[in-house]
Design a protein around this ligand. Sequence first.
Ligand SMILES: [Zn+2]
Ligand SMILES: [Zn+2]
Length: 184
Amino acid sequence: MSLSCPTCANSQLHGTTLTDQLPAESCPDCRGAVLSLIHYRDWRDAHAAPEESVADAGEASHVDDNKAMLRCPQCKGFMTKFRFLADAANHIDHCDRCDLVWLDHGEWRLVEQLARSGQFAKVFDMTWQKRLREEQAKRRAESRWREQLGDDYARAKELRGWLAGHPRGKELLAYLFLSQTEGA
Ligand SMILES: [Zn+2]
Ligand SMILES: [Zn+2]
């Protein structure tokens, strides 16, 4: 059975390989691809190198990301959008019922290292997503402080690390705090 593209109106998907014989179905028009996570897991067991670290996808932002809710090419139900790294803006659409994902053109390149390290299927579980949200919140807080403190940020961060590991950290902090509020 041939599947139709979830983002193009009337395009049929054709068999292709993403990397090293990982089978997928791709759209000749938008060049997106459907990947079955069942196929991915088989491929991972045969090809992935678990020791490879996951590179950050900082260059990810220029790859197009489909913002619309997509319908699964197989069951036609709505797919869920998942972020995969804290510093990547893109989302990957996943169908829970069919266990397959839609990759917009170029997105495979963004997740390829994740896939090679054997971690790609984990993106779609709650633990990964929870950790990602925590990481994002931490980064947002950090960039707010960086903005507020400007050139002093690095120094403040260093001082903070020193206080955190200090047995009399609380007393030192109280001393610094009082020197500000009491002008002592
Ligand atoms: Zn298409
Ligand atoms: Zn489906």
